[in-house]
Design a protein around this ligand. Structure first.
Ligand code: OGA
Ligand code: NI
Length: 355
């Protein structure tokens, strides 16, 4: 038999119904083994401590009224691998509720209608279940709607729901406002490290890409052994997350301990992703996080991931490499593309970047 050890395993995509579809058909009343966590994966724990997440006022980070304390708060959150909340971000509490509402409404439309937006088995864009890449993988108890929202010419409108009626317009507004927030945060991050203000923005570029992910976590009868989203770090530069207003579920790993992420209804939760960890040569940490499910209540969340254009090469900035801090990561391109392959093996794509 030929030696296949150097050939990468062929990725096979398997078709599986969405969680909601199976629930509707009564198939998941007793969750099958493919959803049950195997040994070794951290177990959900509702009694975890709440994480101390700093709240940053974005109004104090705009160049005309920059506050040194606010910048220090930002830097120390990122150096310690913490996420942070932003307020004064240009979106009203009512608008954020509208975004939560269109998310709930989309997942509430009949399964048959949602199938119009179904993703292809081997593509992440569109509506569907957790990406299935092997019979062995443990499936997430979640359905997702994944859409490219920026640049506009890369949108695939066939996947954009027309029901609820305000869906497209609300998403479009969230995208424009997220661009402004991203710019402020990327520039502030650079300033906080005394780097050239545009160094991250130059990588993000004019054609920086934004992907939106609507997450829906139905109630689950085995919240002790099933996860909504397995542990991972995001492959983005930064992620902007709008959490459910009432139902908790998100947890972060910090100093080897899991913490519950608090809910601040009018805030957006920001974390840096792997690409910032690479560019800062590991100074800013891309935090590992996961989502637990609830026994009685459904939960929604909405995330926007900001990526450089796929052709852009990323690597640690020269000025952050020195004798005491040698270069940790290789030059990478198309970094986000391998996320699900690593994810479904319980690994992080950043492993491939480590020298
Ligand atoms: C994600 C994610 C968290 C949540 O979509 O990458 O981590 O609360 N979501 O759903
Ligand atoms: Ni995530």
């Amino acid at each position: 038999m030929a030696d296949q050890s150097s050939t990468p395993a062929k990725v096979e995509f398997l078709a599986t119904k969405t969680v909601q579809e199976q629930l509707t058909e009564g198939e998941l009343l007793v969750p099958p083994p493919k959803y049950i966590l195997k040994d070794g994966i951290p177990c959900p724990n509702a009694s975890l401590e709440l994480m101390d997440v700093p709240i940053i006022d974005l109004g104090l980070l705009i160049p005309s009224s920059i506050s040194v304390e606010e910048l220090d708060k930002l830097r120390s959150a990122l150096l310690t691998g913490c996420c942070f909340h932003v307020i004064n971000h240009g979106m009203t509490a009512e608008f954020l509720d509208e975004v939560r509402e269109i998310t709930k409404q989309f997942f509430a439309i009949p399964v048959e209608e949602k199938r119009k937006y179904l993703r292809a088995v081997n593509d992440f864009e569109g509506y569907g279940n957790d990406m299935v890449l092997s019979e062995q993988q443990t499936l997430d108890w979640t359905d997702r709607l994944y859409l490219t929202v920026y640049p506009p010419d890369q949108r695939k409108y066939k996947f954009w729901p027309e029901n609820p009626i305000s869906f497209r317009d609300t998403l479009d507004q969230f995208t424009s406002r997220s661009q402004v927030i991203t710019e402020t945060i990327l520039k502030s991050m650079a300033r906080s490290l005394n780097l050239e203000e545009d160094c991250f923005m130059d990588k993000y570029g004019e054609q920086g890409k934004m992907e939106a992910r609507f997450n829906f976590y139905p109630p689950c009868s085995r919240p002790d052994r099933i996860l909504g989203f397995k542990p991972h770090s995001d492959s983005s530069m930064i992620t902007i997350l709008l959490q459910d207003k009432e139902v908790e579920g998100l947890q972060f790993l910090k100093d080897d301990q899991w913490f519950r992420a608090p809910i601040v209804p009018e805030a957006l939760l920001i974390n840096v992703g792997d690409q910032i960890e690479i560019m800062t040569n590991g100074l800013f940490k891309s935090p590992v996080h996961k989502v637990v499910v609830n026994g009685e209540k459904e939960r929604i969340s909405f995330a926007v991931f900001c990526f450089p254009d796929s052709e852009t090469e990323i690597e640690p900035f020269d000025c952050l490499i020195n004798e005491s801090r040698p270069r940790l990561y290789k030059k990478m391109k198309n970094y986000g593309d391998t996320f699900f392959e690593y994810y479904q093996q319980g690994r992080r794509p950043i492993e491939a970047a480590i020298i």
